[in-house]
Design a protein around this ligand. Structure first.
Ligand code: DAK
Length: 258
């Protein structure tokens, strides 16, 4: 697939970077951009050289939501037939960690995209919000669920019902983002974090991400059982043998990612 609305790079060893690139519309997410983004994620997922993915926008806007011009033309039947939301669920099948590097506006679908990632590194100018109610709709790509779980019901209600924007510092305090950096630094910091993760043994990384995500879905008892199975599975990997041998022999491990 040749891309018109995103740019794809590998800025550090093991790191795949996708830049949303519709500056004239503050990276508003139209069908084309979403299709390209999910295609790029899938390509990085297949690429054995990649261990961690970063998605970013521009310093001014991560993404100002779904494309209102496109949505203005859509009725319920068209939305149902086009069913872009099924594409969104493809993101949950990506086993490699995804970091959102967010600066400027992360509104509506932009905020939902960031929350669908595993971690968020923000610039000091990042602004998170779910303004759907102001155009007569509601969050549809995870906002009501992921934001509520991340920051709690009271604040999530205010964000979604009252169109409150969260600053980067507020988002950090509320537990929505991992770290906040000056705008000149956030992307590089996100890439460095991704490179650190990409340098870890990847089967372990995959099973940790998998088990953490299950904490959203399962009871504590079922989650602990799930974790235990992933834990035992890692004892069958070459990297477990190498990691423990390297510790005992006081040397750096050489991962096979197997
Ligand atoms: N869609 C289309 N164009 C947008 C846009 C958007 N969401 N946001 C900004 N733009 C365009 C503006 O129209 C303007 O274009 P021109 O007029 O220059 O041609 C250009 O970007 C610059 O925007 P502004 O002139 O408005 O810039 P300001 O700095 O003054 O304001 C702003 C920045 C972010 C506060 C403002 O642009 C704004 O309020 N934008 C809209 C925010 C919003 O309501 N977003 C949509 C929420 S609804 C789905 C998945 C997800 C969703 C839906 C379906 N499926 C998979 C089915 C999610 C829905 C939403 O996100």
């Amino acid at each position: 697939m040749s891309y018109e609305t995103i740019l794809v790079e590998t800025p550090a060893e093991g790191v795949g970077l996708v830049r949303l690139n519709r500056p004239q519309a503050l990276n508003a997410l139209n069908s084309r951009l979403m299709a390209e983004l999910f295609d790029a994620f899938a390509a990085f997922e297949r690429d054995e050289a990649i261990g961690c993915i970063v998605v970013t926008g521009s310093d001014k806007a991560f993404a100002a939501g779904a494309d209102i011009r496109q949505m203005a033309e859509s009725d319920a039947v068209e939305m149902l037939v086009r069913d872009d939301l099924t594409d969104w669920s493809r993101m949950r099948a990506i086993t490699k960690p995804i970091i959102a590097a967010v600066s400027g506006w992360a509104l509506g679908g932009g905020c939902e995209l960031a929350m669908a990632c595993d971690m968020i590194v923000a610039s000091e100018t990042a602004r998170f919000g779910q303004p759907e109610v102001t155009i007569g709709i509601m969050p549809g790509a995870g906002g009501t669920q992921r934001l509520t779980r991340a920051i709690g019901k009271a604040l999530a209600m205010e964000v979604m019902l009252g169109n409150r924007h969260l600053t980067a510092e507020e988002a950090l305090a509320a537990g929505l983002v991992n770290r906040v950096y000056p705008v000149e630094e956030y992307l590089n910091e996100a890439i460095q974090l991704a490179a650190r993760i990409a340098a870890m043994p990847r089967v372990a990384v995959r099973l940790i991400k998998d088990a953490v995500n299950k904490a959203y879905e399962l009871s504590l008892t079922d989650g602990l059982d799930y974790e235990k199975r992933n834990f035992y599975l890692l004892f069958g990997t070459d990297d477990k043998r190498e990691g423990m041998a390297a510790f005992i022999e006081k040397r750096t491990p050489q991962w096979k990612h197997r």
